[in-house]
Design a protein around this ligand. Structure first.
Ligand code: 2P0
Length: 319
């Protein structure tokens, strides 16, 4: 029977934004993320007469199918297996809108590949091969909080579970301000960012911020987690703005949303933002404040969509 694999997306609280080796997807910095319950990808792989990638019921041609099959070919070579494959995925993630759909997509693909060929791997080994498809995917093997240790080579670069069952009240409000396709992919953006004079100093800071974030997670300290996540995200976007040529994922609505988060905080509603490779913001908050924050955004923005997510599980078989 064909097995369906479900992997959830994750949002980095300490960002991965640069590669030391683009072929092996070895990062320049370690990163830390939370896996989300609301967004996931289901994938199954079966034998076929020709390679075929079907996403949400529609056969994909072009770049997305190419990326999927170049990843699967690397895995086939690595494990000494062959054959054409039918890949069927359903994405419950707003694709390319600043939510990292590639994290759940490539984690689910790695899991479905192993299920199809009956390859048994440990979570760390699975994390390592998911990394080859998309860096952030290596963190989606686990639920709760996970850390991707950058490592120095293919073997030492993988994610591990920091806390799979966090007890802290941490809500992530995914605020969809603008669902237009992003113009600069993460892969391209992180390459351009390296021309910033702040890139090297940021690398050093990232390591310190990661250590502080690990302590904050262990202490279940919402305020410290929120402050560090917001600082780290702001630094990533400052690096983009100071790259040569300069670029940004921010839209006018992004700036307005950032200011609203700081106003909410000044008014005693504790919340923090993080932003990825797109114009939308994610707000870190606690249950008691979700309603007030949501109301404020619904009042200030037309057609805003807000999804309240919290911790999701690691990769799993659905059948
Ligand atoms: C992350 N982001 O850590 C970073 C922080 C957004 C900002 O989108 O080139 O899709 O496939 O390895 O994993 C990560 O980008 O990049 C990403 P590739 P990926 O989640």
């Amino acid at each position: 029977m064909v097995k369906t694999i479900r992997a959830h997306t994750n949002i980095a609280l300490i960002k991965y934004w640069g590669k030391a080796d683009s072929h092996l997807r070895l990062p320049l910095m370690s990163s830390l993320s939370m896996t989300l319950d609301q967004f996931y990808t289901d994938t199954q792989i079966s034998a076929s007469d020709e390679d075929c990638f079907v996403l949400n019921g529609i056969r994909q041609k072009g770049a997305s199918a190419q990326r999927v099959f170049s990843f699967l070919k690397v895995l086939q070579q690595r494990f000494g297996v062959t054959g054409h494959l039918l890949v069927e995925s359903t994405n419950n993630v707003p694709t390319a809108a600043g939510l990292a759909s590639s994290s759940s997509a490539f984690a689910a693909l790695a899991g479905a590949f192993c299920a199809h060929y009956n390859i048994q791997l440990t979570p760390i080994e699975l994390s390592r091969i998911a990394r080859l498809g998309s860096g952030s995917a290596c963190r989606s093997i686990y639920g709760g909080f996970s850390v991707w240790q950058k490592g120095t080579d293919d073997k030492s670069s993988y994610a591990y579970a920091l806390d799979e069952n966090p007890q802290i009240d941490l809500q992530l409000l995914a605020v969809e301000l603008n669902t237009k396709q992003k113009r600069i992919s993460s892969t391209a953006g992180m390459k351009m960012a390296q021309s910033s004079p702040f890139f090297q100093p940021w690398l050093l800071r990232n390591q310190q911020e990661l250590e502080q974030m690990i302590s904050a997670v262990k202490a279940q300290d919402f305020t410290a987690i929120g402050n560090l996540a917001e600082l780290n995200a702001t630094e990533m976007h400052a690096v983009n703005l100071t790259a040569r040529p300069s670029f940004t994922y921010f839209e006018p609505a992004t700036i307005k949303a950032i200011k609203m988060v700081s106003e909410l905080r000044q008014n005693g509603i504790e919340c923090y933002f993080t932003i990825d490779a797109g114009p939308n913001i994610k707000i870190l908050s606690q249950l008691k404040n979700v309603k007030d924050i949501t109301n404020k955004f619904v009042t200030e923005f037309e057609n805003v969509k807000i999804i309240n997510a919290s911790f999701g599980p690691g990769i799993s078989y659905l059948n």
